[in-house]
Design a protein around this ligand. Structure first.
Ligand code: GRF
Length: 316
């Protein structure tokens, strides 16, 4: 199975980036690093990444507006084919547009037990507070600094006589282990059938009068007391595939889609030409596209009365 493509953003030393990079060398690691980018051309981590054969990009943010600079980085991430971004000591506040473009695809590591001690000087603040433990957290990046759902944490004991530096050095050991493990789990969940079903379910049930039943052992979505517009297939007849089946919107659409991307689209057995299979387990699913396909499929089977409601809803 293809590995998830991850880009890492750094500003300095890049030891967390190195930890991710070396973890990625294991054959069974579910991600690969496709780019290391920095907002400081002198960031030490760039040299290491380049020596390890990873493409690098550096551009100083100086003199640029935040959104302008973020656009430059964003373009590089997309050019590299990144599907996820890992912030690793990236000392930049991010523009809302940039964050929105990587919604649920960008992680950060922070040296505290969040929600404690967001921002800088975390080690000093933990010592000053007399805490028994400091630690590190990996979280999904949202528009707020060091906010967003925490995915995993490692507590690290504060020792008598610890200075911010001695504590930081010990937390860093924990960071290096936590980040690669959490990133691997995070990219892996996108291939897990339960997670994929939940994504489909959320989008399908958001459509008017949609409900879920089980048919032929598959979760499927239809209009209440009406026709079905989507099936979720998971290892059906042992085919090893997790996919979504939706109605084609034109007679030859199935063939066209298969021709355009034979890895992703397929002709679902027993369903004829009117349905299209879309693989969800390739690790790069575009969920806006899936939501659009569900809606288009819903439109194929919705009774006229409901379609009228949709038209009205569209005007708002
Ligand atoms: C790490 O402590 C990380 O948690 C924080 O910045 C530091 C970066 O160190 N966000 P490095 O560049 O990964 O060595």
């Amino acid at each position: 199975m293809a590995k998830a493509k991850v880009a890492v953003l750094i500003s300095g030393r890049g030891s967390n980036m190195a930890a991710l990079l070396y973890a990625a060398k294991a054959a069974d690691c579910p991600y690969e690093i496709v780019l290391v980018a920095a907002n400081d051309p002198d960031a030490a981590g760039l040299t290491l990444a380049a020596a390890e054969g990873i493409p690098t990009f550096a551009h100083s943010h100086k003199g640029l507006k935040r959104a302008e600079f973020d656009q430059i980085i964003d373009a590089q991430l997309r050019r590299a084919g990144a599907h996820f971004v890992a912030l690793a000591g990236y000392m930049r506040l991010l523009s809302p547009e940039f964050v929105a473009g990587w919604d649920n695809r960008m992680l950060n590591i922070h040296p505290s037990l969040l929600p404690l001690y967001k921002g800088l000087d975390t080690h000093q603040r933990a010592i000053d507070a007399g805490d028994s433990h400091a630690g590190c957290s990996v979280h999904v990046v949202t528009a707020e600094l060091d906010d967003g759902p925490v995915l995993a944490q490692t507590p690290v004991a504060i020792l008598p006589g610890d200075t911010p530096d001695s504590l930081a050095a010990r937390i860093l050991i924990a960071e290096h282990q936590l980040y690669s493990r959490t990133l691997a789990e995070f990219v892996g969940r996108e291939r897990h059938p339960d997670w994929l079903l939940n994504q489909v379910r959320e989008a399908a049930l958001a459509l008017p009068q949609a409900d879920e039943i089980v048919s032929h052992g598959m979760p499927c979505f239809g209009i209440v007391k009406g026709k079905k517009f989507a099936y979720f297939t998971r290892n059906h007849h042992g085919d090893g595939i997790t996919a979504l089946l939706v109605k084609a919107t034109a007679p030859d659409e199935q063939a066209m889609l298969i021709e355009s991307d034979a890895e992703r689209y397929y002709r679902p057995a027993y369903f004829g030409d009117e349905w299209v299979g879309i693989r969800l387990d390739l690790g790069d699913t575009d969920w806006d596209h899936i939501a659009g396909r569900l809606r288009a499929s819903w439109l194929q089977v919705a009774p006229k009365k409901l379609l009228g409601l949709m038209d009205i809803a569209d005007q708002f």
